[in-house]
Write a protein that binds this ligand. Structure first.
Ligand code: F6R
Length: 583
């Protein structure tokens, strides 16, 4: 995680420009932020904890600067730990995304040599190491040698006030260079660069770049020069407009009918995805968090509708289960951001084994999009709230359509999606009743959610939404597992949401609801019909498998209302980031 933005060139208001760039990267972390610019031959720094907001910067004119928005890994959220970090002389400023795994040993050596450290971060070893190596090398060589000494998946960017150059190198996290006339931009993604220039250089792992008067690209570790493959893209960055809403999370929940209708129209792309699945010998779905739950729901759709087996694995676990991949396997990655390192890494490993890799992602030009053999955009529009809502439903819609396509009935899939969009609109009209339910449970410490079959992922996803934005402990369980242990947690008044759609799971899940009720639990039924077992009833009309999509919407809204009622910021929940680029 962490966002990096830098500029060197003709413009002299670099502080404000870097600040604007950082704002586009805040989704990568918002614990603290900082900017360094060259000022009369020295480096000036401004750092603050918390979200960026609208600060007034006091930098004088400068044409070179770098900035960082942090998601803390080593060291708490303090101004001292915020990036950029300086060397002892104050000539070198460094930003970092990743974890320097061997920082302790390096720090010990540097302390013995007399270097003074002011933060608890792993990052701070880098400027001091660089300072040490610069005694006998030029800036570029010292930067390369320092980068070669550190271990882990890292992206590091630095400026030197004497040479007026930006140096950057990476082994893991993304870095994009924007090239304009006598100007260079560098950023963790292309979002903040594309408004300035459409000429982009995506740095590969083990590459380093020096930006100053010119651009020099080097191979790591040895430092041989190579030709940069600068691509001209025609991307338009879609701006997210919050409209009449107070929070993006609320707005994005309301975007869902439109997103689903859009997917219902994409029959050709879905058929193309089905074709590559048909050719594969072993298909694996991977994703993280919400995306993983979408994969899980997809495996139920594939079994039920397409009569096909797919292996669904949390992406962060896939590295340990990859031994059975062959050159006939197909790995399909689901990722809103397209940058999640837990997804990127197994894809790269699968690709090395000769397996085909496919990306279903929401971000054009993202790492996962670029490295995949087959790519399909989710087209949900920008998802700004950290908690994923519309991207989840969009993935489910793609998976449902693909299952129908594989069974030769794509039109039926498309019709179900259109009805689902209508049903979601109906649910949204009655959000007040969901706000009341949120009010009723807001003071309670634990919430349980159960579902079976394709509703089991709904239980997991509903619980994740509540946890993320309201900080209430919520657990999603399969109804069948309840009596194998978790039922011990049910007490008088414990709220338990029960997903009971009109499918083969209905009778069994209602028996599980009775078991909870018998122990005093408060049952909130999410179902096509009311039942005497329910203390509260949330109606979700039956639209075959489309109900698996629409039934999550009430839980998304309840999570949102819980967050607002408790006075939290649902768009930027504590400890989280929208793009998870560390392991
Ligand atoms: C939850 C959430 C996360 C992401 C996960 C993967 O609301 O947003 O669980 O789903 O971090 O992110 P992507 O889809 O960007 O790979």
């Amino acid at each position: 995680m962490c966002g990096i933005f830098g500029y060197v060139g003709k413009q002299t208001n670099v502080g404000d420009m870097v600040l604007r760039g950082l704002k586009t990267l805040e989704y990568r972390g918002y614990d603290s932020w900082g900017i360094a610019v060259k000022n009369e031959g020295k480096i000036s720094i401004e750092k603050k904890t918390g979200k960026i907001g609208n600060p007034k910067l006091s930098f004088s004119q400068s044409n070179i600067g770098i900035g960082h928005t942090r998601w803390a890994t080593h060291g708490g959220v303090t101004v001292a730990n915020a990036h950029p970090h300086l060397d002892c002389t104050g000539r070198i400023a460094i930003l970092h995304n990743g974890i320097i795994e061997n920082f302790e040993g390096i720090k010990e050596d540097l302390l013995k040599k007399g270097h003074k450290f002011v933060s608890e971060t792993d990052t701070e070893v880098f400027p001091h190491l660089l300072e040490d190596l610069e005694k006998t090398n030029d800036f570029s060589t010292a930067f390369r040698l320092a980068f070669n000494k550190i271990k882990g998946l890292n992206a590091i960017v630095g400026i030197n006030s004497e040479t007026s150059e930006i140096a950057a190198a990476k082994t893991g996290s993304p870095l994009v260079v924007g090239v304009a006339d006598g100007e260079f931009y560098i950023s963790s993604d292309s979002l903040g660069i594309v408004p300035h220039t459409k000429k982009l250089l995506f740095l590969k792992d083990n590459e380093m770049v020096i930006l100053g008067k010119n651009l020099t690209l080097l191979n790591l570790p040895e430092g041989s020069e190579k030709n940069p493959d600068i691509q001209t893209v025609d991307w338009k960055i879609e701006e997210a407009d919050i409209g009449k809403f107070q929070h993006f999370m609320h707005k994005e929940i309301y975007d869902q009918p439109k997103v689903i209708r859009g997917i219902a129209q994409r029959e050709d792309e879905i058929e193309a995805l089905s074709e590559i699945i048909k050719k594969a010998f072993g298909t694996f779905f991977i994703g993280a968090g919400t995306a993983f739950y979408a994969c899980l729901a997809g495996s139920y759709f594939f079994s039920k509708i397409a009569k096909r087996h797919v292996n669904t694995i949390a992406a962060s676990e896939f590295n340990y289960l990859e031994d059975f991949l062959t050159d006939k396997s197909l790995v399909i990655a689901f990722s809103q951001s397209g940058e999640t390192i837990d997804v990127v890494e197994p894809l790269q490993r699968a690709s090395k084994k000769g397996s085909k890799i496919a990306a279903i992602t929401n971000v054009l030009g993202s790492t996962i999009y670029r490295i995949s053999d087959f790519k399909m955009l989710i087209n949900a529009g920008p998802e700004k709230a950290v908690a994923s809502t519309k991207a989840y439903l969009a993935k489910l819609a793609i998976l449902l359509m693909t299952s129908y396509s594989l069974s030769g009935k794509i039109k039926e899939g498309s019709e179900i999606l259109l009805k689902t969009a209508e049903e979601i609109e109906r649910i949204l009209k009655d959000e007040d009743s969901l706000r009341k339910i949120a009010k009723g449970i807001k003071g309670l410490e634990n919430v349980y959610i159960i579902g079976r079959g394709p509703s089991y992922p709904s239980a997991l996803e509903g619980a994740l939404k509540i946890k993320e934005v309201s900080y209430v402990h919520a657990e999603g369980l399969s109804g069948g597992e309840l009596k194998h242990g978790p039922i011990a947690l049910i007490e008088k008044g414990t709220p338990c949401f029960v997903f009971a759609p009109n499918d083969e799971t209905y009778d069994a899940i209602m028996s599980n609801a009775s078991e909870i009720k018998a122990r005093g639990g408060m049952i909130i039924g999410v179902s096509f019909k009311n039942s005497p077992l329910f203390d509260h009833f949330i109606e979700v009309k039956d639209i075959k498998e489309g109900s698996i999509l629409s039934q999550i919407v009430p839980l998304q809204l309840i999570a949102y209302f819980l967050s607002v009622l408790k006075g939290f910021d649902p768009d930027k929940p504590r400890n989280l980031a929208k793009s998870v680029t560390v392991k």
